[in-house]
Design a protein around this ligand. Structure first.
Ligand SMILES: C[S@@+](CC[C@H](N)C(=O)[O-])C[C@H]1O[C@@H](n2cnc3c(N)ncnc32)[C@H](O)[C@@H]1O
Length: 444
């Protein structure tokens, strides 16, 4: 996360006022998609930053982002910032802020720190110094200090260090926003819900188009798609950090939440074709349970099926899936055998579909035997991944060519429109966290 530098100022006491700055964090690579989403939510001052999106507004804006953003991981309220060189400078900045205005001494506290290019020697040590500065400020004022709880704190303070500046945030989300409250049953390697929502947005899928996840695991993509189609607020079933901050407007929140919970009239709803399949019966059972908990079981279909054998559920649509890959699931040889067969299946049966594979396994693109029309770099946690798009058109089935190392094997016409999409830029050029993610990729 690299928030933009901010002025040294603290907001009006208690709740965020009209001019406050917020920072919405998200998985790397989804910043532009998140900015579009926050703009569509009517939030102002939206600005893309690597690792998230800055926006401006009052307490209601912060609540709105928490309740309605499907892509954000957290909504952080910027409460202070300052230049620093040493740990003592940081202590002074933190101690100068009116923490007692924002939360009660009886609340438990956790401090989290992240840094890019910081000269500080130990992030653990500076975390302790920030915690000390907050607690000392309370003790000076009222002779008592908040307790620390690193597991389930009432209040989370985040500090972000760039080379010369520290920015301090109160976390208005509490638990990360991808914890929607419906996931009770996990299959192997489930996607985070906000990453799933972001992938759906990157595909351009809309509810009037059939959607298939043929390797759905616990059903995350399918359930997120159904929630989008039904216009359900992703945060309607959970609590938020802002509820534990001073100045929380419980009356306004009651109204906002009630509006988000208004059930969609089934008569106004279009018929949905949103289908999840998996070869593993236990995964399908977990997906069904999760859909029930999310209240979307009536509008989605889950089936136990082998992607290599089943026919598509409609003549055309969007196929989006997160196939097994070497880092967490499966073994490399088995996957190297699966991917070409997946490519053959697409060519033979999925004319009329746009297919998207989200994977951290570079072998997928090498072995699948299709030409990508677009590949978008993204991070799944710390894992560098790609969203590969393949456009399938009628008459695309051809005998497989042998893949040269490191390249897709299909001839240009094998999946139809590769040429037409060569000029499409990656959707969200991204900066890498320490390690490296290409800023953008030329489609191949
Ligand atoms: C990485 S997981 C998908 C996780 C899912 N996106 C989620 O959020 O829970 C890959 C899934 O592919 C399924 N799978 C593997 N081979 C398959 C096949 N031939 N047909 C259908 N599903 C398959 C596995 O059972 C596994 O659940």
């Amino acid at each position: 996360m690299t928030p933009r530098p901010a002025r040294v100022r603290s907001p009006d006491p208690r709740a965020p006022s009209a001019a406050e700055r917020f920072f919405a964090t998200c998985p790397r690579g989804l910043e532009a998609a998140l900015a579009d989403e926050l703009t569509a939510l009517g939030l102002g001052g939206v600005e893309v930053v690597p690792g998230g999106v800055a926006f401006a507004g009052d307490a209601a804006a912060g609540r709105r982002a928490n309740l309605w953003s499907r892509i954000a991981s957290r909504i952080l309220w910027q409460v202070g910032s300052g230049r620093y060189r040493t740990e003592d400078d940081v202590y002074r900045h933190v101690h100068a802020l009116p923490w007692r205005d924002w939360f009660d001494v009886d609340r438990t506290l956790r401090v989290q720190v992240s840094a890019v290019d910081s000269p500080l020697r130990s992030l653990e040590f500076i975390t302790l110094r920030i915690k000390d500065a907050i607690c000392d400020r309370f003790r000076v004022e009222i002779g008592k200090r908040p307790s620390i709880d690193t597991a389930q704190p009432d209040v989370r303070v985040h500090a972000f260090f760039s080379a010369r500046e520290v920015v301090l945030y109160l976390d208005t989300s509490g638990e990360a926003l991808f914890k929607r409250g419906w996931r009770g049953h996990a299959a192997e390697a489930p996607l985070r819900e906000n990453l799933a929502a972001g992938l759906l947005r990157l595909t351009g899928w809309t509810p009037d188009t059939p959607l298939l996840d043929p390797m759905c695991g616990a059903g995350t993509l399918v359930i997120e798609a159904a929630q989008i189609a039904l216009g359900r607020a992703p945060g309607a079933g959970r609590r938020f950090g802002f509820e534990r901050l001073n100045g929380f407007d419980a009356d306004a929140w009651k109204v906002e939440r009630a509006q988000a919970l208004v059930p969609v009239d089934p008569a106004t709803r279009m018929p949905l074709v949103v289908v999840g399949r998996d070869i593993d019966a236990q995964a399908v059972a977990a997906a069904r349970e999760n859909a029930r908990a999310a209240g979307v079981d009536a509008v989605v279909t889950f089936e136990c099926a082998d992607v290599l054998a089943a026919d598509p559920p409609a003549p055309g649509g969007v196929l989006l899936t997160n196939p097994p890959y070497g880092v967490r699931l499966g073994d490399t040889r088995a996957l190297q055998a699966l991917y070409p067969r997946l490519g053959d299946q697409l060519k033979q049966r999925y004319a009329g579909w746009r297919a998207f594979f989200f994977s951290g396994d570079p072998e997928l693109a090498k072995c699948i035997g299709l030409k990508t029309s677009r590949r978008t770099p993204l991070f799944n946690g710390a894992l560098e991944c790609r969203l590969y798009e393949y456009r399938m058109v009628a008459g695309s089935a051809r005998p497989r060519a042998t893949a040269p190392a490191g390249e897709a094997s299909a001839p240009a016409a094998a999946d139809g429109v590769a040429g037409a999409h060569r000029a499409t830029p990656a959707v969200a050029p991204v900066d890498a966290p320490p390690g490296a993610l290409p800023r953008s990729e030329t489609p191949r």
